[in-house]
Design a protein around this ligand. Structure first.
Ligand code: BTN
Length: 331
């Protein structure tokens, strides 16, 4: 379960961060005064921060200096970056979760507000679409779920995965401009023809009312090939593998939230209408011949676009078809 820290380490971290920007140390004395606690208490909080991966040097006369923050979407790293955001707050972090979607579903049932978010460093029961497992090793990727309570008719909700996918693509274009990530209908993120991530939306609704939607995002960020199990080695990738980039996970998560905020209101008002050109432009399947495995039939055709409903548009030998659910393979 998620565990919360006392506020003092995060206040001290704020003081150290501010000083680090000026390449300065902060004396223990000043921290004691600022916080109204003893020197021993400050020392203990510094030790706590070090245990969380912060590299803090202590000089006898000059004081403490922050040298390195861990690349982890923890409360300590995320909270200062989330101030004033509409999505991402309230925030909880779990070093290990079974599934962030499952944790957030439980929190939603207890009444968590729209925007609530849970991130985990690793998942031991990460879920993908159609009951598949989501490979979730520690220390390298993003596993995050955001709670939305959209006032839209329930049949509109399946298209949210595409809007959220587009938000992730926009964030990646900003953070990793040399890469060309694509969306593979209905919920996959692709890079160089390999799976980079995926979106899993879990909805609780009645016939005419959406209680909540959990938008779960899994993204392979700094994953190394040696960590991938053999069955994923030829089909999965990460930003690091494809771009030789080491990405700061908290910064990438904030970019994703910003873009999610940007697509969410327009999507609530008019679904995918405003995004169709952009979706087409970043679709991995656009104009490609595919096989669509549907619940009761298998179709062959060429992808012509995405409909405002979120359906995949296919040109088949027997005419145009709209695909609402199914697995799509390139021919
Ligand atoms: C897919 O491509 O099948 C969707 C994968 C979604 C994985 C994410 S990781 C965070 C969230 N928690 C889960 O258990 N699943 C989603």
């Amino acid at each position: 379960m998620t565990r919360r820290l006392s506020n003092s380490p995060s206040i001290i971290l704020g003081i150290l961060r501010e000083a680090a920007l000026r390449k300065a140390e902060v004396s223990g004395e000043n921290i004691c005064r600022g916080l109204g606690v003893s020197r021993v208490a400050v020392w203990k909080h510094i030790q706590t921060l070090r245990r969380h991966g912060y590299k803090i040097e202590a000089h006898t006369r000059r004081g403490y200096r922050l040298h390195l923050a861990p690349d982890c979407p923890s409360e300590l790293e995320m909270t200062p970056r989330l101030q004033g955001r509409r999505l991402g707050l309230p925030f909880r972090y779990a070093a290990e979760a079974d599934s962030t979607n499952r944790l957030l579903t439980a929190w939603a049932e207890e009444g968590a507000p729209e925007g609530a978010m849970i991130a985990a460093d690793t998942q031991n029961g990460g879920r993908g679409r159609r009951g598949r497992k989501w490979f979730s090793p520690p220390g390298c990727n993003l596993y995050v779920s955001v709670l939305l309570r959209p006032a839209v008719p329930p049949p509109q909700v399946p298209s949210l995965a595409l809007a959220a996918g587009l938000a992730v693509i926009r964030a990646l274009r900003r953070v990793t401009p040399t890469l060309d990530p694509k969306l593979k209908w209905p919920n996959d993120l692709y890079l160089d023809g390999r799976k980079l991530g995926g979106i899993l939306c879990d909805m609780r609704a009645e016939s005419d009312h959406v209680h909540h939607v959990i938008v779960g995002i899994g993204l392979n960020v700094n994953l190394k090939k040696s960590v991938l199990p053999a069955e994923l080695r030829e089909t999965a990738t990460s930003l690091r593998l494809a771009g030789r980039l080491k990405i700061n996970r908290p910064a990438l998560l904030v970019a994703i939230l910003e873009e999610l905020e940007g697509v969410y209101q327009p999507w609530c008002q008019s679904g995918l209408t405003h995004f169709l050109d952009e979706l087409r432009a970043c679709s991995w399947l656009q104009d490609k011949p595919v096989v669509a495995v549907l619940p009761h039939e298998t179709l062959e055709g060429v992808v012509t676009g995405i409909a405002a409903s979120g359906a995949l548009l296919l040109k088949t030998a027997s005419g145009p078809r709209e695909i609402h659910a199914g697995d799509i393979r390139l021919v």
